[in-house]
Design a protein around this ligand. Structure first.
Ligand SMILES: Nc1ncnc2c1ncn2[C@@H]1O[C@H](COP(=O)(O)OP(=O)(O)OP(=O)(O)O)[C@@H](O)[C@H]1O
Ligand SMILES: O=C(O)C[C@@H](O)[C@H](O)C(=O)CO
Length: 328
């Protein structure tokens, strides 16, 4: 089955959350202590998803707070050049900074991110900076879970979600769990559950659902989806890294998407590229099986490249990879 979206809207996706800076190690296969140079990219999961979606041709906008400095200017200019509407990205006037994510590429399997997110501008997005007249123009509001980590960004997201529901805008919740900034798993669970219960589509890894469910051990996919289907969700996606992903429809259908073979350089960026291509396919009326292929192929392309945002693929690159590996 395909998912339907309100066609009478100017934007396909408006994302809310952080737009930051990634500093990706230029020297691979060595620890951070021995990494001397980095390349700067725009980063932050929802910014990456917005950029990836825009590159695929979706009409995309962004709601977020960025620093009023050179990094903020860089982020805004880059996103705008990539086709993201930045009219609702506001500058922080209190001297707060951009979040920085330094990546360590020890091996294709062992990557980590060292995050600097104290006093970051994105978590100071205020509810008064969330504009109903903007949100109502979109088919989809894409919410990043990290924006729920602190007030006032937390309340800004709650406001955006309630405006989306009021104005027939589908809410897509990407759990995007980053332990940094949260006080406890209990706290994450409370706020993630509150937004997941209002979301039409929920996308996360198995581990992220375990955090949302406040579990210490791995939960069961069917139990997770049964719980979400009691609320607004019509589609729940559960990602399993190299084992691919599953999409569960409220109707009871279950679809599996494989991971594509690729030359892995680093693992991060997989989830964001997956989300942008999965949503692109859904919003272009493709069935869920095809959307899973788009997500998996897009992720395979990004994990073979150096960045997350700059490496986002085109539709023809994704289609080519799906075609090349269609018999495997
Ligand atoms: N090493 C890999 N090779 C090929 N495809 C991959 C690889 N890792 C992930 N993927 C693809 O990306 C999808 C999402 O990956 P994953 O489940 O790791 O999400 P994530 O944890 O959100 O990603 P991220 O590492 O960006 O946070 C998977 O379902 C799979 O299709
Ligand atoms: O999400 C972040 O803040 C860091 C990202 O930009 C980074 O590229 C990544 O981890 C993507 O999954």
């Amino acid at each position: 089955m395909a998912i339907t979206f309100n066609t009478d809207k100017k934007y396909d996706i408006i994302a809310i959350g952080r737009a930051c800076i990634d500093l990706n190690a230029n020297e691979y296969h060595r620890p951070m202590e021995k990494t001397m140079t980095f390349t700067k990219y725009v980063g932050g999961s929802p910014a990456n998803i917005a950029i990836g979606s825009a590159k695929l041709g979706l009409k995309t906008g962004f709601i977020g707070k960025i620093p009023e400095d050179q990094h903020g200017n860089f982020i805004k200019q880059y996103m705008s050049e990539k086709g993201v509407d930045t009219s609702n990205m506001v500058f922080d006037t209190e001297g707060r900074k951009a979040g920085l994510a330094f990546t360590e590429i020890l091996s294709p399997e062992e990557c980590s991110i060292l995050m600097y997110r104290d006093n970051v501008a994105d978590l100071y997005l205020d509810p008064t900076e969330v504009d109903e007249s903007y949100i109502k123009q979109s088919k989809v509001l894409l919410v990043s879970g990290t924006a729920l980590a602190k007030s006032p960004s937390r309340e800004a997201v709650f406001k955006a979600v309630s405006l989306a529901r009021k104005n027939d805008v589908k809410v897509i919740f990407e759990l995007d769990y980053r332990p940094y900034t949260w006080k406890s798993q209990e706290e994450v669970s409370i706020y993630y559950s509150a937004i997941a219960e209002q979301a039409d589509i929920v996308i996360a890894t198995r581990d992220e659902y375990d955090v949302m469910e406040n579990r210490q051990t791995e939960g069961d996919n069917q139990e997770t989806v049964n719980n979400l289907f009691q609320y607004e969700a019509e589609l729940v996606v559960i990602k399993h890294g190299v084992d691919g992903s599953y999409a569960y429809e409220k109707t009871g259908s279950i679809h599996h998407g494989k991971a594509y073979k690729t030359q892995v350089l680093k693992t991060f960026g997989a989830g964001d590229s997956y989300a942008s291509a999965f949503l692109y396919a859904l919003m272009n009326g493709k069935d869920i099986e095809t959307a899973l292929k788009f997500g998996g192929a897009s992720a395979a392309i990004v994990v073979s490249k150096h960045s997350s945002s700059e490496a986002m693929p085109t539709v023809s690159e994704i289609e080519q990879l799906i075609k090349d590996q269609s018999v495997d």
